[in-house]
Design a protein around this ligand. Structure first.
Ligand code: PLP
Length: 435
């Protein structure tokens, strides 16, 4: 285990920075009764920002076919998609000539880039599977004890043999540790490569600026950035995307089709065949705009205060250790993953939900190589916070975790193919589809 970072903890009240659509949601717990839901699983998927949900509801009457429709709502819907594209480009610091391709999520965006990259790709072993598996010609550099050593190892690998692209995560979904994007961009460029940033975890917490950082591509998901309507994006350099075969072939990606000859559009249309996810794209732009308006400093301070409280609370629980990747990581987004000396994290996660109304994530977080190196053989338990989190959410989690580790759950659970569940689950389920 590497040393814990010096994260300043503040024992004061920390209120949510923004209202999320699940504010005040109550969930049933075993034995009857309800509790306010403490959602500490935001790194997996976050509820919409309240404003995003409201604005999307306001867009519904205008929802219409895009690009080829002739009605007035169609014009509005088309404008909405293109205005959203400009908003995303502006908020991501896109340079002249960069393109914004709308995708389903980060995985989709990185697969799109993988279909366009003209050569080998170097990645670190700390990546989410979405930034490991799509690269066909992949070379993996194993992370070392510190970020400094790891950057040096990456430099040696690039010096040993050139690559077209270095693809790194902006923030680890296991440890929350941030990587130095600007330094990595400079390093990649010095070796004739480009840099792609998987910003799935970074973007919900910090601004990402292509021009300022020097990164060439950024991929992200709306559902992790408070816009869970099914859109994501790849933003970056145009040339590879223009030269690549259409990622999705079909209507909208072509300017003319004869049976023996097809003229493909340039990016972004080239890769966006079919009817786009108008509402998802608009939600994504609205969410990024709202996050931006909250301010980087305020978001960072909120994260820091809550993460400090979380890590400090966990440090007081025996038999629990926070998983770290790098001894010198000085900046983190709001993620704390723990490994337990004893017992099953799956059981703890089930009891956190069923007895305490708290959502977290148990597993290896689709980062199996990294988790195997730093987390150990058993699974981990991840709590993640964001703009909708309060000190009360964090305190409840720390309290409940301490109790579960010391005394175990109050109720009986059994393990099924889908994880741990209460043996007698009397929690009523809402019938949402029927209103
Ligand atoms: N990259 C990172 C760092 C992630 O944390 C995730 C999801 O957890 C992904 C990529 C994949 O995101 P999505 O499932 O939205 O494609």
């Amino acid at each position: 285990m590497t040393a814990a970072p010096a994260i300043a903890a503040e024992r004061t009240e920390v209120r949510p920075l923004a209202v999320l659509a699940d504010a005040g949601l109550e969930v049933p717990v075993l034995g009857g009764g309800r509790m306010r839901h403490a959602n500490l699983d935001l790194a997996a998927s976050a509820p919409a920002l309240g404003v995003v949900a409201e604005r999307v509801a306001g867009l519904l009457p205008w929802y219409s076919s895009v690009h080829r429709g002739t009605g007035f709502p169609s014009e509005i819907a088309t404008d909405l998609v293109e205005e959203s594209r400009r908003t995303v480009a502006r908020l991501l610091g896109a340079r002249d000539g960069d393109v914004v391709v709308f995708t389903r999520n980060t995985t989709d965006a990185l697969n799109l880039l993988a279909s366009a990259v003209p050569g080998e790709v170097v990645v670190l072993d700390i990546e989410h599977h979405a930034n490991l598996l799509p690269w066909r010609e992949r070379r993996v550099v194993v992370g070392l004890d510190t970020i400094e050593q790891t950057v040096d190892a990456l430099a040696r690998e690039l010096a040993r043999r050139p690559a077209a692209l270095v693809a790194v995560t902006g923030a680890s979904n296991v440890t929350g540790e941030l990587l130095p994007i600007d330094r990595l961009a400079a390093l990649a460029h010095a070796h004739g490569a480009r840099l792609a940033v998987d910003a799935a975890q970074l973007l919900p917490h910090r601004s990402v600026d292509l021009a300022a950082s020097g990164a060439d591509y950024v991929a992200f998901s709306g559902h992790k950035a408070y816009a869970p309507y099914g859109a994501g994006a790849l933003v970056g350099r145009r040339d590879w995307l223009d030269a690549a075969p259409a990622y999705l072939a079909g209507g909208g990606a072509v300017s003319s089709v004869e049976l023996g000859r097809v003229e493909w559009h340039a990016a972004p249309e080239r890769h966006e065949a079919g009817t786009p996810n108008v509402l998802g794209i608009a939600a994504l732009a609205i969410a990024l705009d709202e996050l931006h308006a909250l301010g980087d400093q305020a978001r960072e301070a909120h994260d820091r205060a809550l993460l400090g409280r979380l890590v400090e609370g966990i440090a007081g629980i025996g038999g629990v250790r926070v998983v770290r990747g790098f001894a010198d990581a000085s900046d983190h987004v709001g993620i704390a993953t723990v490994a337990l000396d004893r017992g099953s994290v799956g059981l703890v996660a089930a009891a956190l939900s069923a007895e305490h109304g708290i959502s977290v994530r148990a597993g290896r977080f689709c980062a199996h190589p990294f988790f195997a190196r730093v987390g150990g053989r058993a699974n981990g338990l991840r709590a993640s916070i964001g703009v909708g989190t309060s000190h009360d959410d964090v305190d409840r989690y720390v309290d409940a975790l301490a109790r579960l580790v010391a005394d175990g759950p109050r109720e009986e659970y059994h393990r099924t193919a889908h994880g741990w569940h209460p043996l007698a689950d009397d929690r009523p389920r809402p019938s949402l589809l029927r209103g």
